[in-house]
Design a binder for this molecule. Structure first.
Ligand SMILES: *Cc1c(COP(=O)(O)O)cnc(C)c1O
Length: 383
């Protein structure tokens, strides 16, 4: 990224950061460098690329763009959100301890609980809205706070700046999973976080056609250590997947505007619906952390969850099967609207634990279709 690009606005960076016309041909769009290796002029004399696990020009363009969008100094792309999270977890040593939100992505909980606990990394899950509880959970061994906001699927909003401060007091790293908000709505590094991670499968890619991950930060030391892990463990995205995320990111700003407008309209409509018991959406004035959300986020995005007054799990499943535009599917953040039942689908790994969401909770990933069509679809399904 050129120095002057730093000053440009989000919308411009999304289209241009790391994406200058290609030198050999002038191609305006970054080519898919589908190659595993690069010819060297003499031993050790290459053009910045030798083997594609270590670096690939398409991936490099994406990494530069991701850094710019999160206002970071560097970015690293991974084969999936979980591969990026796994790389961060590999910063830890046996005996270290992690404090995480009690409402984090189920796969994050599973990674630490089922894999890193076996390697002697302890973890405590707490409600990060309760700052005193977070303080109590931090021990001398705590090296990392894992923060997600808004959370999945309850849409709790966590005070990122306050959590980063608590982490730094304990000499621990503050890591934010920014998948739900996307860098357009919220930039955790500017709020004091040390690392930001994404499932680029979601809003950054935006079209439900690629699985990918990202880690962005400012510290040169963390960059060196994570780049080493990325290359040594090898969870890198291929050039075509990198290209798909890069292409998706170009339209992130306009997509997020529409996701937020549609999300808000649907949340308001659901809140008024006689059969709906509760709606979780940070944009509603009734949301317990609405004021914090207004401070921390540009707008409120396309994710929301709700419960019906009666029927519980069975009724929720029936509603989810009756929509015609909202596809019954896991994942989120694409242009198309999705509906799912977290406990039976995305959050199966926390079933039976204190982290389990209500069985009748319905989660929506509101897409960018016509909001009138979406509301008519939900009206029909709820009946
Ligand atoms: C999907 C998701 C992940 C995991 O990403 P993958 O790309 O599926 O590996 C992590 N965090 C959040 C919040 C997610 O939604």
């Amino acid at each position: 990224m050129g120095k002057d690009l730093r000053k440009q606005s989000f919308e411009t960076l999304a289209i241009h950061a790391g994406q200058e016309p290609e030198q050999a041909t002038g191609a305006v769009v970054v080519p898919i460098f589908q190659t595993s290796t690069f010819a060297q002029e003499a031993v050790g004399k290459d053009k910045g690329f030798d083997y594609a696990r270590t670096a690939n020009p398409t991936r490099k363009a994406l990494e530069t763009c991701l850094a710019a969008l999160e206002s970071g100094a560097w970015g690293l792309a991974f084969a999936s959100g979980m591969a990026g999270e796994d790389a961060i977890a590999h910063l830890l040593n046996t005996g270290d301890h992690v404090v995480m939100g009690d409402d984090v992505y189920g796969g994050t909980y599973r990674l630490f609980k089922r894999i890193f606990e076996r390697h002697g990394v302890g973890m405590t899950a707490v409600d990060m809205r309760q700052h005193a509880a977070v303080k109590r959970a931090i021990t001398r061994k705590t090296k990392l706070l894992w923060i997600e906001s808004p959370t999945n699927p309850m849409l709790k909003v966590i005070d990122i700046a306050a959590m980063a401060e608590l982490a730094h007091k304990a000499k621990a790293l503050a890591v934010v999973d920014n998948t739900f908000a996307s860098p357009y709505l919220q930039q955790p590094l500017l709020l004091g976080a040390d690392l930001v991670t994404h499932s680029t499968t979601k809003y950054l890619g935006g079209h439900s056609d690629v699985v990918g991950g990202a880690v962005v930060g400012n510290s040169a030391d963390l960059h060196e250590r994570l780049k080493f892990i990325q290359n040594a463990a090898g969870g890198v995205p291929g050039p075509f997947d990198s290209w798909l995320v890069l292409r998706g990111a170009k339209t992130l700003a306009v997509r997020m505007e529409r996701h937020s407008a549609n999300g808000m309209a649907i949340a308001e409509w659901l809140a008024e619906h006689p059969k709906v018991k509760s709606v979780n959406y940070p944009g509603l004035a009734s949301h317990p952390q609405h004021a914090l959300a207004r401070r921390q986020m540009r707008s409120f995005g396309g994710m929301l969850s709700f419960e019906l007054k009666s029927g519980g799990e069975a009724t929720a499943k029936r509603v989810a099967a009756r929509t015609r535009i909202f596809a019954l599917a896991e994942s989120l953040g694409g242009v198309e609207s999705l509906i799912e039942i977290p406990l039976s689908m995305t959050h199966g790994s926390v079933k039976g634990t204190k982290l389990a969401p209500p069985a009748g909770l319905i989660r929506l990933s509101v897409g960018i279709e016509s909001v009138d069509d979406l509301i008519a679809d939900l009206a029909h399904a709820i009946g």
